[in-house]
Design a protein around this ligand. Sequence first.
Ligand SMILES: *Cc1c(COP(=O)(O)O)cnc(C)c1O
Length: 387
Amino acid sequence: MEKRKILVTRPQLPPLNEFIPLLADIWESRWLTNNGKYHQEFEKALAAYLGVPYVCLFANGTLALMAALQCLHIKGEVITTPYSFVASTHALWWNGIKPVFVDIEPGFCNLDPKRIEAAITPETTAILPVHVYGNPCEVDAIQNLADIYGLKVIYDAAHAFGVRQNGSSILNFGDLSIVSFHATKVFNTIEGGAIICHDQKTKRRIDYLKNFGIANETTVVAPGINAKMNELQAAYGLLQLKYFDTVIDARQHITNKYREGLKHIAGIRVLEEMETVDHNYAYFPIFIDVLEFGHSRDDVFEALKKENIFGRRYFYPLISEFPTYRGLASAKNLDIAHEISRQVICLPLYPDLPDEVVDTILSLLRNMAQIQKKKVSVKVLRQSHRK
Ligand SMILES: *Cc1c(COP(=O)(O)O)cnc(C)c1O
């Protein structure tokens, strides 16, 4: 039998037998989209679950990000990170905004607040940080700069669904946050996303924007777009929410297993757990120091592939290295992001990932480390012979 491919993630689906009655109900009602009953129910359920004031559902995270920028009339230049999924910067481009890349801090790979100030110009209107791998940015430092310079803050929180800091949702920071419910994310509605906002008026405006700007039968109040989530996905999302806590538990179990197994391997760094944070265990990135480990990140990537295990180099290349953006002045001198993007590989992590696969990955990495040790000791032997 052919060995099953192990990919970096595998989407979690709700039980089919629970989805079918909801589908039957939708078939019966013939209400498929446009703020139907499941859409309304899902928005409320999400707000309650996450502990946020208002949720505006979207067809996907990218459209949510584009609408968030529209909602706040962001123009000119926006400071952002090169170390993210490319949609973070594309959303700026589609709004005619110039992205200005600022380097990351090495601890958690998030936008470095200490470097933001130097990138601010009279054209700067906002900061677009990303909670990379679901680890919260330094939100207080970022807000402080935004307050001083009169900038808006929009968080790309595509990875941060369910993450809490000091008991409160990380989605409550900034002017707006966006999440993604894409199939590969920790919480999925197949495709989907949302904007989190703090007040009713902003929610109303966002709801206009995602529906062509239509306020009522005869009034269009803004040049909106079509970015609505449909009823099938909202119903599916309601079921997903029911099981999300068990998904997190399963992810935590695998994460702990990786952490424990990698503890004593020289040259492999993992991200620390943040003490004040309830993590969502969305990703498990490891960072390979080629000199210490004796093999490069790409060696690890290839070695896993031979076992039919497919890690992902999130995030390599950097956004600032793609042809669209590499000409920008700010695409240079991103040394930390550059180095980290050459060290990183995300290991497979999803709720039903078998323990045996984790063990296979761990012993493969341990073996690679052993080979390195032998190489080093052979070198040392040879050198001592020469003396
Ligand atoms: C997935 C992702 C997006 C885009 O979300 P979609 O729902 O796929 O459009 C944006 N930013 C980051 C950081 C992401 O990981």
